[in-house]
Design a protein around this ligand. Structure first.
Ligand code: FAD
Length: 452
């Protein structure tokens, strides 16, 4: 009997270092790759009414699926594309094609877990099952020196333990062959942006880089950042900047959709260090990737607490209110604080914002406007091109003083941030031209007034 498996691609839109794909090939004669566009994500809204997936991320996902299909076709296979609930669409295909298993990489946050649990139940009812793989993190949880439930809540303790005691595994190679099915099955069309009601707009010329979806674009970005520009060798000095293509790696959107795996980035980093030398900057990129693992583990350990107002600590913060009118000023970049407004314009126009910018605007929303941080986090969830549940909510928890940070509040003084990171007002003039032509002193006065 032919053993047939479905590989359900989710946030792992790649062929390299894809454990679910490799496992499926090992266990099956025929592999059927599937991606499902879930209308709950593309048409639905968040609790506070923002579109669940904003247009920049939607476009990146569409491009990534097209790229994945192209790469699978080069291997003689085909990506089936469906629109609907994955738990229904995949189960239908499993039934129709008489598969043995569905392979997928396991997700750990509630909405994603709900979908995979429902799929599992639907498959049980037809005598099939889901086989879960891993691939989100640098580390495998089974290699960690502690069980997930004992993950240190402070980043520094976590880092010291994993750095000293855990090896990062080598990425899995792109499979040489991905045996296709002989069954005739409709491939399905990749939906268009218009079909989900997104308006097509010209990309903003001020965007830090052109974020094109897909594994190939991710590898090109890596190639550029490491080997062509060698910007990685200066990362530690430039990473807090806000303007320009190469001040940081800009790998986050591809990491978030799994177009590239963190292990692949790490392997490239080690290769680069061998030929160009290791320094503080090359170490620091690894350090930042550790933050990504850390927040994922916090999500696993603390579950839904990361989404709740009291966060991981369950700390009461009644002073943070749902003032939607004031929130709207923040979201639209009309707070009167030029650096905050400039960053929000960049987010609204491109879906990207630097890490420094994210820290400044989130601190301003929480500490100065005294608004419930969950609204800001949901707004980021909607708009960020690199949205990832654990990284987003973990960072918001952290800034709101409800996460794992030993410091209660992370307060950012905007005037000093401007002096340090935008002394020539280049960033503000680029993204908030409404303040253009004003002197440094008058911009700083506005910052002081906004934080008075
Ligand atoms: C309020 C807030 C919300 C955020 N939301 C997200 C999010 O939804 N998705 C996301 O990927 N990052 C998020 N970040 C983290 C960080 O801002 C972005 O990862 C980074 O700006 C992406 O740019 P880069 O790829 O050039 O990063 P680099 O500086 O080049 O770092 C390399 C990689 O390390 C990881 N990384 C770096 N900093 C962090 C961090 N603080 N937390 C977790 N991972 C990190 C990312 O995967 C990043 O691509 C958030 C930060 C804040 C303060």
């Amino acid at each position: 009997m032919v053993r047939r498996s479905i590989v359900w691609f989710r946030q792992d839109l790649r062929l390299a270092d894809n454990e679910a794909l490799v496992e499926a090939i090992k266990s099956s004669d025929e592999v059927i790759p599937v991606f499902v566009f879930d209308p709950r994500l593309f048409l639905g809204t968040t609790k506070f009414g923002f579109r669940k997936t904003g247009r920049y991320r939607a476009s990146l996902i569409l491009e990534s699926v097209i790229d994945l299909r192209r790469n699978l076709r080069k291997k003689g296979n085909e990506l089936l594309v469906r629109v609907g609930k994955p738990e229904v669409e995949i189960a239908k295909l499993a039934d129709q094609l008489k598969t043995s298993w569905v392979f997928c990489n396991r997700e750990r946050t509630q909405e994603e877990v709900d979908v995979q649990d429902r799929l599992e139940r639907n498959l049980w009812s037809i005598g099939q099952e889901v086989r879960f793989s891993r691939g989100k993190m640098l580390y495998y949880t089974q290699d960690l020196p502690f069980p997930v439930t004992h993950t240190p809540d402070q980043f520094t303790s976590f880092r010291k333990e994993v750095e000293n005691f855990t090896t990062i595994r080598k990425p899995l190679a792109v499979p040489a062959k991905i045996p296709a099915t002989t069954e005739v099955v409709e491939a399905g069309e990749v939906p268009t942006m218009a079909s989900f009601g997104y308006k097509l707009e010209e990309p903003d010329q001020r965007s830090v880089i052109e974020f094109r979806g897909g594994e190939i674009a991710a590898l090109q970005r890596l190639e550029h950042y490491f080997w062509e520009s060698k910007s990685i060798s200066h990362y530690k000095e430039t990473r807090n900047q806000m303007l320009g293509a190469d001040f940081s790696s800009k790998l986050s959107p591809w990491l978030a959709q799994g177009c590239i795996s963190p292990k692949t980035v790490y392997a490239a980093l080690k290769k680069y260090e061998k030929s160009h030398g290791a320094n503080e900057s090359t170490y620091w990129l690894f350090f930042e990737l550790l933050w990504r693992d850390f927040f994922r583990l916090m999500g696993k350990k603390h579950g839904n607490r990361i989404f709740q107002k009291g966060g991981i600590q369950q700390r009461k913060r009644p002073e943070l209110i749902d003032d939607m009118e004031l929130f709207e000023k923040w979201a639209s970049g009309t707070t009167g604080a030029p650096l905050v407004d400039a960053n929000m314009h960049e987010l609204n126009k491109t879906g990207f914002m630097s890490n420094r910018g994210r820290q400044i605007v989130s601190s301003f929303l929480i500490n100065d406007l005294q608004i419930n941080w969950q609204i800001g986090a949901e707004y980021f969830e909607s708009l960020l091109i690199d949205y990832d549940p654990c990284s987003n909510y973990g960072n918001w928890n952290y800034i709101a003083g409800v996460g794992s940070d030993p410091r209660k509040d992370r307060y950012f003084n905007i005037a000093s941030q401007t002096k340090r990171y935008d002394p020539e007002l280049e960033y503000i003039n680029t993204w908030a031209p409404e303040y253009g032509g004003q002197s440094f002193e008058s911009i700083q006065l506005k910052h002081e007034e906004a934080q008075a």
